[in-house]
Design a protein around this ligand. Structure first.
Ligand code: LLP
Length: 413
């Protein structure tokens, strides 16, 4: 969806003060463009909503780990939620205080845990007894005593795409309530850990506040016998509107429903999508247009390797031309060059007549866009641009064919 930062002015689609066609002409295509102003707006909206709960916001790096964006979010005072040592290294490179980093994930390796301990990060979110044992041993070897939150699987199936629902017992995430209770009872067996909180994240793009409220209730029941366990990390999952019809409760709706429950609790949240999704677009350029089986195929230089969500989840991203359409629009399949029928950016985009060289913007692409891009078909990943008011700069250069070869040079020569 268009928003205050991505809208038409004088017939041209702009990102804040800059026409997107000018950026594409200089920086090439396909291209990710992010609005610093929109990121700022999103942070403030979430911060205002959760201020009554005193929540500490940890940006979920997986949504978009661009160094420039991470720096921006760090400057806005956010902590970080990392799910790999790579993400921790990225946060540290962006100047994030290690104490403001939480490390989550169902499969942390010993190497990653050791790295995180040595970096003195703030919290480990632990998802199994084996992981707790390993963390205790590695902490003991370092004379460290990190804070730990146990990840609870509350047994709630979130009404979201099945690939991104995580709170039901059939999912690999967290531990059932009985297991978390048992671990809390036997905390003294882990002398090198300060098990002080619970973590619960039931999924992403959550459309129903009541499910999150229920998850928090389950966590509180588990923590009830342990008065020193009063930190609750309620995860991320705050939804965004990809289209006008998406059910997307606002951060305010979540905060208002949760506030009465969480008095006296220290609260952490881990938003990713809600901070960056609508702050980014993917610009692509039309290569060819053809009719087939009664459908119009618009073939662009952008593909599933640049934005995987439509292929992987059937996700709908609106696509609009950079020049405001004046006349009629008609449905088109927007696709890329990749050798897969799943390669679509949109199965039904309403677009004006188009020809080679016309540029399009795939909207709401700032989260899980570049983060999930690949080199399949040996395609180079897009460049990334950050717009700050009336100025813009390349924050990641376009990959080259040589970049794709360099890891193999010397191995097979
Ligand atoms: N915390 C935990 C433990 C998570 O697993 C996730 C996302 C988040 C926070 C951030 O969720 P968010 O606020 O961004 O919804 N690739 C998928 C989304 C995967 C989400 C994975 N976990 C997509 O493109 O929709």
């Amino acid at each position: 969806m268009l928003n205050d930062s991505f809208r038409y002015g004088d017939g041209a689609l702009r990102c804040d003060g800059v026409p997107l066609s000018a950026i594409a002409a200089a920086a090439g295509s396909p291209l990710y463009v992010y609005s610093a102003a929109r990121v700022h707006h999103n942070v403030e909206r979430l911060r205002r909503a959760f201020a009554p709960l005193g929540a500490s916001i940890h940006y979920s790096l997986k949504a978009n780990p661009s160094l420039a964006l991470v720096r921006l979010l760090r400057e806005m005072g956010l902590g970080m939620d990392a799910v790999s040592a790579g993400e921790i290294a990225r946060a540290l490179a962006a100047g994030v205080d290690p104490a403001r980093i939480v490390f989550a994930g169902v499969g942390k390796t010993a190497t990653e845990i050791a790295y995180a301990l040595d970096a003195r990060i703030g919290w480990f979110n632990v998802e199994s007894r084996d992981e707790l044992r390993l963390l205790d041993r590695l902490a003991g070897e370092r004379a460290a005593r990190p804070q730990v939150a146990l990840r609870l699987n509350p047994g709630i199936r979130a009404q979201t795409h099945e690939h991104i629902a995580t709170g039901h017992l059939g999912a690999k995430f967290g531990l059932p309530a009985a297991d978390v209770s048992a671990l809390l009872d036997e905390r003294s067996a882990y002398p090198h850990l300060h098990v002080a909180g619970l973590h619960v994240h039931i999924g992403s793009q959550l459309g129903d506040v009541a499910e999150t409220v229920e998850a928090v209730r389950v966590a509180q029941a588990v923590a009830a016998p342990h008065p020193d366990v009063r930190t609750l990390n309620i995860g991320g999952g705050f939804p965004v509107r990809y289209t006008a019809s998406d059910p997307a409760p606002a951060p305010d709706d979540f905060a208002r429903a949760l506030a009465p429950l969480l008095t006296g609790w220290r609260v952490l949240i881990e938003p990713g999508r809600a901070l960056v999704a609508d702050a980014g677009v993917l610009l692509v350029t039309v290569l060819y247009v053809k009719e087939q089986d009664g459908r119009r195929f618009v073939i662009t230089d952008g593909s599933m390797t640049d934005l995987l969500r439509p292929a992987l989840y059937g996700a709908v991203h609106e696509i609009v031309p950079l020049h405001e359409p004046a006349g009629e629009t008609a449905l088109a399949v927007v696709t890329g060059p990749v050798c897969e029928s799943a390669d679509v950016l949109s199965r039904a985009a309403l677009l004006p007549p188009l020809g080679a060289g016309d540029r399009l913007a795939v909207l709401t692409a700032g989260a899980y866009g570049m983060a999930m891009a690949s080199n399949y078909n040996l395609r180079t990943r897009p460049a990334e641009v950050l717009v700050e008011g009336d100025t813009w700069r390349v924050i990641r250069r376009r990959e080259t064919w040589d970049d794709l070869l360099c890891l193999e040079r010397g191995e097979d020569s």
